[in-house]
Design a protein around this ligand. Structure first.
Ligand SMILES: NC(=O)C1=CN([C@@H]2O[C@H](COP(=O)(O)OP(=O)(O)OC[C@H]3O[C@@H](n4cnc5c(N)ncnc54)[C@H](OP(=O)(O)O)[C@@H]3O)[C@@H](O)[C@H]2O)C=CC1
Ligand SMILES: CC(C)(CO)C(=O)C(=O)O
Length: 293
């Protein structure tokens, strides 16, 4: 299969690296990472170790069977516009947050929703570290069967990725949103690892944020119980206790966060009051503007 990974950062390099062992893969990213891969290949380290040689470039190729989108959510509209030039048969978001599929579908025909629980970081150009083996779930954004998802899952599985087709993606996306809405801003603002949310006041803030997400999900017709959202949050806190969340890393580095697609998206979609998500959104936006840093 011709697989294009748009956004060769941490996650894109890891997933693209796996895929390159079985398929023709083009990583679209930025220099110096792209230049290093062209020079010496991509070294995958950590929980899995191998070197692979995907094509790497800074612009999209002419065509692709499957495009995996792994830019941060604020770059999704630009990714959609760039991908329209090569018109992939199937495009799938593996990103966190809400709204990525809609942004891609504004430019592209067959768009799938995806969630990914693999962990990745990029220690240096040409290298990517797998910080945790997880799974990728793909499916139609509105749920139901999808031949495109079946095809994409088959391609990922043949490359050694634990991938599955889920015909209930809306619930899966909202459950992951509840986890990220609880963990990411709370760890970012408190400057702590995920494990600090296991109990005490930070647990209370994160779990109330997750409960609000479940309430908004139900307003949107997605049957996510508050207890299920909190249980998902607690299980990820335990499994990723030593992780510094992506938002905590972004705030620490002074770079833009995905707050708009995570807690901001909950606030935008809420019919009712969501005070914890509203407050977390405002505080992270203030940090992005340099307040309190
Ligand atoms: N890392 C992880 O373990 C996981 C991440 N996710 C989600 O996956 C998504 C990606 O995360 P992550 O990999 O950590 O983010 P990164 O910032 O590491 O990767 C995104 C990459 O895309 C590049 N990029 C953006 N726009 C373009 C463009 N137009 N052309 C070429 N390259 C471009 C960025 O470059 P630049 O920074 O220079 O703009 C960056 O290198 C997020 O939504 C995240 O929440 C989900 C599960 C796990
Ligand atoms: C699951 C979690 C919270 C792991 O750190 C994550 O997705 C992130 O950091 O963005």
């Amino acid at each position: 299969m011709e697989i294009l990974v748009f956004g060769a950062g941490s996650l894109g390099s890891l997933v693209g690296g796996f895929c390159a062992r079985e398929h023709h893969v083009t990583l679209v990213g930025r220099d110096p990472h792209v230049a290093a891969i062209r020079e010496s290949g991509l070294a995958v380290e950590g929980a899995v170790e191998f070197t692979t040689h995907p094509e790497a470039r800074t612009t999209v190729p002419d065509s692709a069977d499957l495009a995996l989108v792994t830019v941060k959510s604020f770059d999704t509209p630009a990714a959609g516009r760039a991908l329209a030039d090569c018109d992939p048969e199937i495009t799938c978001s593996l990103q966190n947050g809400l709204g990525n599929e809609e942004a891609l579908a504004a430019q592209l025909d067959t768009v799938l929703a995806g969630t990914c629980t693999y962990g990745a970081r990029r220690p240096a150009p040409g290298r990517v570290e797998c910080t945790g083996i997880g799974e990728i779930a793909l499916g139609a954004p509105d749920g139901g069967p999808s031949a495109a998802a079946e095809r994409a899952v088959k391609a990922l599985r043949s490359a050694g990725i634990d991938a599955m087709h889920d015909d209930g993606m809306p619930k899966r996306l909202w459950r992951k949103l509840a986890v990220n809405a609880g963990i990411n801003p709370t760890t970012a603002l408190a400057g702590v690892e995920n494990g600090a949310l296991a109990d005490g006041p930070l647990h209370d803030i994160a779990s109330e944020a997750a409960r609000e997400v479940a309430r908004v999900a139900r307003e949107q017709g997605v049957d996510l119980a508050e207890s299920e959202a909190v249980a998902a949050l607690e299980s990820v806190v335990e499994a990723t206790a030593r992780n510094t969340s992506s938002m905590a890393q972004d705030v620490e580095a002074g770079t833009k966060t995905e707050i708009d697609a995570i807690n901001g998206a909950v606030v935008d979609r809420a019919d009712d009051r969501v005070p914890v998500n509203r407050t977390l959104t405002a505080l992270v936006r203030a940090r992005e503007r340099g307040y309190g840093s």
